[in-house]
Ligand binder design. Structure first.
Ligand SMILES: *Cc1c(COP(=O)(O)O)cnc(C)c1O
Length: 365
């Protein structure tokens, strides 16, 4: 039995509805911004429960736009976690600021108890990540930020469709970023990103900076760039947004099955699932003893597993120049050697799920 990691061939198996949408778009020739992009921004804001949504080229741009909207610049420090995708740190550096890494906790989220120690006079923003589609305790992070007069930008790139304290990731901080890359719960046959905020001022600034700083055709308010979402992607986003709730429901059902059986296996450790948190399971991760051997074993059995990621951000070459060293964040370093991501997507059958469990049991016997 083959258990694929990639769900895109299933998701886009019948392309007819996209062609219908694109046909209308082509007729309208609204090829930059326009009504399809606006329709998506309105629906998405409603879906997440925020006042303003500004779509972008991709999640990385959404992060850069969010940070810039708060005035993050050269000389500033931004506190974030060392186990994330490159873009989290890359966006901070792209703004001229320095990423100040904090170790991960046992749920692979930013270790909230270590944030305070990372705050200096230069700190401007805390940038927590909803890693893998799970969430750090945003209420606690907001209260640390308020106490120290700091702003919060959430990297909710993997968090679309998740919930904590009955709210969506991205709705706690002043301004937050999300991604519609193929690996995320809402994905659009290419790149796409979103900035969300409840501040009219931030929303206006983002909307202008995204589009050359333009007030109208002949006037700009400040220098900006082009970070616009493509209308072709907006058409796909409008269709896919309607599926997100169901996708998350199925993934949670799948995760429950894996959790139940894997947590009983000696050598496997599944992170705590917080009560009243809904995860997106963009990544279903666990810690596995003899991870590399298990990985080869599973791949040999046609179960496609991945590692997110074998090298934490602070151990990348680019971080050495900033003064980071091996041993700085021991929890993340340990996790990087044991983490494995299993297929969890909404197209898996129960047979496939139980096959994963069976093979992992067999490995540890
Ligand atoms: C995917 C992702 C990004 C980057 O998003 P893109 O749309 O690929 O640019 C940033 N941060 C995290 C945590 C992500 O998962």
């Amino acid at each position: 039995m083959r258990v694929p990691f990639n769900y895109l061939p299933y998701q886009f198996k019948s392309p007819k509805k996209y062609f219908i949408g694109w046909k209308k778009l082509i007729k309208s020739t609204q090829f930059t911004l326009g009504s399809y992009v606006e329709e998506f921004e309105r629906s998405f804001a409603k879906f997440i429960g925020v006042k303003y949504c500004i779509s972008t080229n991709n999640g990385t741009d959404a992060l850069i736009l969010s940070l810039k909207s708060l005035g993050v610049q050269k000389g500033d420090e931004v506190i974030t976690v060392c186990n994330s995708f490159y873009a989290t740190a890359g966006a901070i550096v792209a703004c001229g600021a320095k990423p100040i890494f904090v170790d991960a906790d046992k749920r692979y989220q930013i270790d909230i108890n270590k944030i305070k120690k990372a705050i200096t006079k230069k700190t401007k923003v805390i940038l927590p990540v909803h890693w893998g589609g799970a969430s750090p305790d945003m209420k606690k992070i907001m209260s640390i930020a308020q106490k120290h007069n700091l702003k919060v930008v959430e990297d909710a790139c993997m968090g679309i469709g998740a919930k904590l304290y009955k709210k969506s990731p991205g709705t706690f901080g002043q301004v937050s970023a999300m991604s519609m890359h193929p690996l995320k719960s809402l994905n659009v046959m290419g790149d796409g990103g979103i900035v969300v905020t409840n501040s009219k001022k931030i929303a206006n600034w983002c909307r202008r900076y995204r589009n050359h700083g333009m007030i109208d055709r002949d006037h700009i308010s400040s220098w900006g760039v082009n970070m616009r979402l493509q209308p072709l992607q907006a058409v796909v986003a409008n269709i896919e947004l309607k599926k997100v709730k169901n996708i998350i429901k199925i993934r949670n059902k799948n995760a429950k099955i894996l959790d139940k059986y894997l947590s009983k296996i000696n050598g496997v450790s599944i992170p705590e699932r917080k009560k009243n948190y809904i995860e997106t399971f963009a990544l279903y991760m666990g810690r596995f003893k003899k991870r590399d051997k298990l990985m080869s074993f599973l791949i040999k059995n046609k179960i496609e597993v991945k590692i997110h990621y074998p090298i934490p951000l602070h151990l990348q070459k680019a971080s050495f120049k900033m003064g980071y060293r091996k041993g700085d964040f021991p929890e993340s370093e340990k996790q990087a050697k044991e983490l494995l991501t299993l297929p969890i997507h909404q197209y898996l059958t129960n047979k496939q799920l139980y096959f994963i469990i069976k093979k992992i049991k067999e490995f540890y016997k």
